[in-house]
Design a protein. Structure first.
Length: 146
C-alpha cells in the first residue's frame, strides 16, 4: 500500500488503486453484497455494519483524492471532495457486481475499466497523442476532397 501512495504518476496510482480494489472485491465482494442486502432489508446489525463499511471506504477514497491533489493532478474545477465522491462511487461493490456479476465481465476487464473511469472522472485529460502526418489533410465544410 505504501508503494502505491509513493507512485508519482496519478494515472498509474489510480490504476494501482483499481487493482487493489478488484483484489479486495474478488475476496469479500459476495459477503459485502449480503451485508448490503441485509441492511436494505432493515436488519439493524447489518445497517450498522454498512455504515462502518461506507465510512471506511469514504476515508480511503478521501486519502486517494488528497494524493491526487498533492500530485497536482485533479482536473480543473474538480475539488478533492468531488474526486473523493466519484472514486467512492466507482469502487463500490454495487458497480463491481453490476459489471462482473450481472454483465459477466472478467475481473481484469473490471479492473481496467474502473481504473480508466477513475482517471477520466478526476484527472486532467492527457495531451492528445502526436499523430504527425497520419491524420491527413483537413477537409473544410462543403469540401468533398476532390
Amino acid at each position: 500500500m505504501r508503494a502505491l501512495y509513493e507512485t508519482p504518476d496519478a494515472r498509474e496510482f489510480l490504476q494501482g488503486y483499481a487493482r487493489l480494489g478488484r483484489e479486495l472485491l474478488d475476496r469479500v465482494g459476495p459477503l459485502m453484497l449480503q451485508v448490503t442486502a441485509g441492511a436494505a432489508a432493515g436488519e439493524e446489525d447489518l445497517v450498522a455494519q454498512q455504515r462502518v463499511t461506507d465510512g471506511e471506504r469514504l476515508a480511503g477514497t478521501t486519502m486517494v483524492a488528497q494524493r491526487l491533489a498533492a500530485l497536482d493532478a485533479l482536473a480543473p474545477g474538480v475539488t478533492v471532495e468531488q474526486a473523493r465522491d466519484r472514486i467512492w462511487t466507482l469502487n463500490s461493490v454495487q458497480v463491481w457486481h453490476l459489471l462482473t456479476g450481472s454483465r459477466g465481465w472478467s475481473g481484469e476487464q473490471y479492473e481496467h475499466w474502473i481504473g480508466d473511469a477513475m482517471c477520466a472522472a478526476t484527472l486532467e485529460a492527457p495531451p492528445p497523442a502526436d499523430t504527425g502526418d497520419l491524420a491527413g489533410p483537413l477537409i473544410s465544410a462543403g469540401d468533398d476532397g476532390r
